[in-house]
Design a protein around this ligand. Structure first.
Ligand SMILES: N[C@@H](CCC(=O)N[C@@H](CS)C(=O)NCC(=O)O)C(=O)O
Length: 338
């Protein structure tokens, strides 16, 4: 008898824990808002505009997920996080997803128990230095003071790079990009190092961007992407396939300008499945059949989001490079929608 009660209690506890960890979709729906972790501010990637509205390449991921799940791209609570606070915010449940230039690494996946659902920007770590210092290679930085954000892969790569090149540096540890920018411009460090996209975004806000050079060395791989907690695969699927929908839309030629027209039905079955006029992909995700249509309509396809926020015609001026579609020589390659 005692034994039965014991096992009974264990089963209930087990189910309750499972239910609690698998309930992100229900939580988001009940709340009516997606809690999305972003940076404290990196223009082009995630920053409030003059009206206090968050804009940017990472912000677009949050909006697409909110549109898919809640039918409203504006139903997002943006939660600013630093390099240090971002993982606690996700692990504790304060945010439902982290969409903040975060590098997919072994230990973040396995040890911190997060699930990276994809890559929205293939990056690498670079160095920025005032032109007047006349340095042309990172290998000539022996003895330099380096502004570096704590809690980042940047910190670890920097140590590896200097050690393997047998040169030394003095770190100037910093919490946020705004602080790094301020310290760097004030001359508190000779060099600022972070993801190359972050350097471009930061330099674009300088009064005289041309006075600063980005050195040719890219010293690491930084696949940046959105992540969720381990233990809620259904929620992971929703965020993963929302990102994939934006990428596939570009590949298949679905854009914010033709999406309504294509939603009437086309002779391309994959477009039809994505836009919900054929098949039941939305239902399989626990959503309706227009989930991807709404996600793409929120800010356009991947290419549109890139061009608007960080592309070559913006002050940030990033080329597609590795972030081009696989059909264009890049690494973007979404699995099939079927
Ligand atoms: N990708 C690296 C670095 C990410 C990172 O923290 N980048 C800085 C510099 S671009 C940033 O986003 N700062 C924005 C902020 O301070 O909120 C990582 O995942 O550790």
């Amino acid at each position: 008898m005692k034994k039965t009660v014991f096992f009974g209690a264990l089963t209930v506890a087990g189910i309750a824990a499972g239910a609690a960890s698998a309930a992100t979709l229900d939580d988001v729906k009940a709340r009516g808002k997606l809690n999305c972790g972003v940076t404290t501010g990196l223009v082009g990637f995630a920053a409030p505009d003059a009206n206090g509205e968050w804009q940017g390449f990472d912000v677009a991921v949050c909006r697409a997920v909110a549109a898919a799940v809640l039918g409203d791209a504006t139903a997002v609570e943006f939660v600013p996080t630093t390099g240090k606070t971002r993982f606690t915010a996700l692990a504790s449940g304060e945010i439902d997803v982290l969409a903040r230039n975060t590098t997919w690494t072994f230990s973040r996946d396995v040890d911190l128990k997060f699930e990276f659902v994809g890559v929205n920007y293939y990056d690498g770590q670079g160095f920025m230095i005032p032109k007047e210092l006349g340095v042309s290679s990172a290998k000539d930085l022996d003895g330099a003071t380096v502004c570096i954000q704590t809690g980042t892969t940047t910190e670890l790569n920097l140590a590896d790079f200097f050690r393997s090149n047998n040169i030394s540096y003095e770190p100037v540890p910093i919490e946020t990009n705004a602080e790094a920018q301020q310290q760097y411009l004030a001359g508190a460090c000779d060099v600022y190092t972070t993801d190359a996209s972050g350097l471009a975004a930061t330099r674009a806000t300088f009064e005289a961007p041309g006075d600063h050079v980005i050195l040719p060395e890219i010293i690491s791989k930084e696949p940046l992407g959105p992540l969720v907690r381990h233990g809620d695969a259904e929620w992971g699927d929703i965020v993963r396939w929302t990102l994939n929908a934006l990428i596939a839309a570009e590949e298949l030629g679905i854009s914010s300008t033709n999406i309504e027209e294509l939603s009437a039905g086309t002779n391309n079955p994959e477009i039809n499945r994505i836009l919900g006029t054929e098949g039941t992909l939305g239902e399989m995700l626990g959503l309706d059949n227009e989930w991807a249509k709404r996600a793409i309509s929120a800010g356009g396809n991947y290419g549109e989001v890139f061009a608007k926020n960080i592309g070559e015609s913006t002050p940030i001026g990033l080329a597609r490079g590795l972030n081009a579609q696989w059909t264009e020589g890049g690494l973007l390659y979404t699995p099939p929608f079927r």
